[in-house]
Write a protein that binds this ligand. Structure first.
Ligand code: SF4
Length: 200
């Protein structure tokens, strides 16, 4: 069976399990689970924090205002949604978009771990401090502020095989702080260049 077909089957199965998951209380107030979507053989996987209101309504990741920013940043890097996989560390929306609690992150991230292992992307891009803290934490890297490490290339084996990890600001940051837009655009341009040098 081709790798894409196999990855498709595994990701479908994970998504179905996420839709029935009751490992933490977040499913109770959510409308839809948001497992994530994109290429089954993506070379880059974007990892956000958790679904917001629009994502909860539609069951799709990054479809609200922050999603429009992400789409535009992807275009600037020469990538489209079909080239990448977009997911979150938390699959059901926290009420009122509050920060995820540590025990919710512990409960939910085994799903992400399974998704990363199905797709095996050589490059991970955590979006914002919560996703960055989770992924870099798996590599033993700690940081105080996401702005201190945004755009830095880390290399390691956060999920048991070699990957590059480039944490960046969350696209929603640009909605409150227009200055962060320039930083993100630059980080995404570098990201596009890095992916092109990685070859097929
Ligand atoms: S947020 Fe994650 S752990 Fe909690 S119920 Fe949803 S899928 Fe399960």
């Amino acid at each position: 069976m081709a790798r894409e077909e196999q990855s498709h089957m595994v990701l479908d199965q994970i998504a179905r399990q996420i839709m029935e998951c009751h490992r933490c209380p977040l499913y109770k107030e959510a409308t839809h689970a948001v497992p994530g979507e994109g290429s089954m053989v993506a070379r880059v996987m974007f990892i956000g924090e958790a679904p917001g209101e629009q994502e909860d309504t539609l069951g799709r990741p990054f479809v609200g205002r922050a999603g429009k920013v992400l789409d535009s940043l992807l275009t600037g890097s020469g990538l489209g949604r079909n080239d990448v996989f977009i997911g979150n560390i938390i699959k059901h929306r926290p009420p009122g978009n509050r920060d995820p609690k540590p025990d919710e992150i512990i409960a939910c991230t085994p799903w992400l771990e399974q998704q990363v292992n199905a797709i095996r992307p050589p490059l991970l891009v955590p979006l914002g401090r919560h996703a960055a803290r989770y992924v870099l934490g798996r590599m033993g890297v700690e940081f105080l502020k996401i702005t201190d490490i945004s755009g830095t290339v880390f290399e390691g084996e956060p999920f048991g095989f070699p990957q590059k990890v480039i944490p960046v600001l969350h696209p929603a940051a640009t909605l409150h702080n227009p200055l962060s837009r320039g930083h993100l655009e630059e980080d995404f341009r570098h990201l596009g260049e890095l992916i092109r040098t990685m070859g097929p």
